[in-house]
Design a protein. Structure first.
Length: 265
């Protein structure tokens, strides 16, 4: 068996790499739905359909646990997949998202005034505030949509990111936030630039740092899921569409040259 990691594009490669760093021997398969990225402009039904096909592909590749690294997919499709699709088709397998683990980490760090940057879909869905209310309704979250960041990252445009980030982050700085959730798997790629802009007193909550530890905790609680996963350090990478610029971006995000295969979703 293997660990699956799914993202709407390439940003989840940062989480895949950080999981690899934390668990060097784990067998994993990465899938990026680059044909349909970004998900944030799609309907809920379309996002669910994309995610269902991605999950089916990864389960067919012998994954027994899939981390849905995409925040939009976690917000839009995860619960429905867990409650409707899994019981009917793969009752012994599991799907995990990134929203709740990120909020758990934010709460554990003690911040009472949290900032969030995310895609238009994530901000409009209000998923982070809704889930935070279940954990600790006393904590305040201030949200800022940052829709230009994913296209800049995926199309080698990060040299223009500083000016865009200055504009996006200024309202949050004025709200005296104590920590800032990077609410998209792409955003850790801009971590150092974001930290420079917000300053050292604001703690960045970056999913590439949070998810591997939360996954380890999940494995400890669920040995029936963890133990069947192979420990041969194998890694496979698939995307639904590939171009030279995607390959270059993937190598840059993952931190080394990787062999990517195209698959139909």
């Amino acid at each position: 068996m293997k660990l699956g990691i799914f993202d709407s594009g390439l940003g989840g490669l940062l989480i895949a790499k950080s999981i690899r760093n934390r668990m060097p021997d784990i067998d994993m398969i990465y899938l990026g739905d680059t044909l349909h990225v970004p998900y944030g402009s799609r309907s809920n039904e379309a996002i669910y359909d994309f995610c269902r096909r991605a999950v089916e592909f990864l389960f067919s590749k012998d994954c027994n646990l899939i981390v849905i690294a995409c925040n939009t997919a976690s917000a839009s499709a995860l619960r429905r997949l867990q409650q409707e699709y899994l019981p009917e088709h793969y009752s012994e397998r599991r799907l995990l998202g990134v929203v709740v683990p990120t909020l758990e980490e934010a709460v554990e760090q003690g911040a009472k005034n949290i900032g969030l940057i995310g895609t238009n879909y994530i901000i409009q869905s209000n998923i982070y505030e809704d889930e935070l209310q279940k954990i600790d309704p006393e904590i305040k979250i201030i949200q800022q949509a940052t829709p230009l960041l994913v296209p800049l990252i995926e199309h080698e445009g990060t040299k223009w990111a500083q000016e865009v980030l200055n504009d996006y982050l200024e309202p949050l700085k004025k709200q005296s936030i104590e920590s800032l959730i990077l609410g998209c798997t792409h955003y850790p790629f801009l971590k150092s630039t974001i930290q420079d802009i917000v300053g050292p007193d604001i703690t960045l909550l970056s999913q590439d740092e949070i998810i591997p530890g939360k996954l380890e905790e999940y494995f400890q609680r669920h040995p029936e899921i963890s133990e069947p996963i192979g420990r041969n350090a194998s890694a496979e990478f698939y995307v639904s569409d590939i171009t030279d610029s995607y390959q270059a971006a993937a190598n840059s995000i993952y931190g080394e040259a990787i062999s990517i295969q195209k698959t139909e979703l």
